[in-house]
Write a new protein. Structure first.
Length: 158
């Protein structure tokens, strides 16, 4: 048996999710927070969501506003739909390709938002100082990074 959290199922297609209750509980606690952030009046203006809704035209605010008016609601709706899929499959031991792609979207979104809030950079050491005031948040960020890698690897192997 592999130690991987996410892997391609041997028969019948789909993917096995081998997550412990604490991992599922963590995701269960984060999903409503992400949903609330995305459900705000103008999530495109929320600095903690800037990596989910990047500026399309940085040198042309008028074009950027036009772009957001055309696709912004669809982007938000897609993210909220993916949260619905993850919430409905959170206790599952296996998921299909479409569900795992929603998991990838949501885990990546959570990771990007948390990374933005923590001001994570690529130059930082991956080690978490257990005495730091943000140690729990940084450990969560690392776990989300690990889970995202597991999902991407499983999808790539399919």
């Amino acid at each position: 048996m592999s130690g991987r959290s996410v892997r391609r199922a041997r028969r019948g297609g789909g993917f096995d999710l081998r997550l412990g209750e604490s991992e599922r509980g963590l995701l269960r606690s984060l999903l409503p927070q992400l949903r609330a952030m995305l459900g705000g009046d103008d999530p495109h203006r929320d600095p903690s969501l800037r990596r989910l809704f990047p500026v399309a035209y940085p040198d042309d605010p008028e074009r950027d506003d036009e772009f957001r008016s055309l696709v912004g609601d669809d982007l938000r709706r897609g993210r909220l739909d993916s949260i619905d899929v993850v919430e409905s499959s959170l206790d599952a031991t296996s998921v299909d390709d479409t569900q795992l792609q929603a998991w990838m979207q949501v885990v990546n979104d959570l990771r990007l938002v948390l990374g933005t809030l923590l001001d994570v950079s690529e130059d930082e050491s991956p080690d978490v100082d257990p005495d730091a005031p943000d140690a729990d948040a940084r450990a969560t960020y690392q776990y989300l990074s690990y889970l995202l890698d597991e999902i991407v690897t499983a999808l790539a192997r399919a």
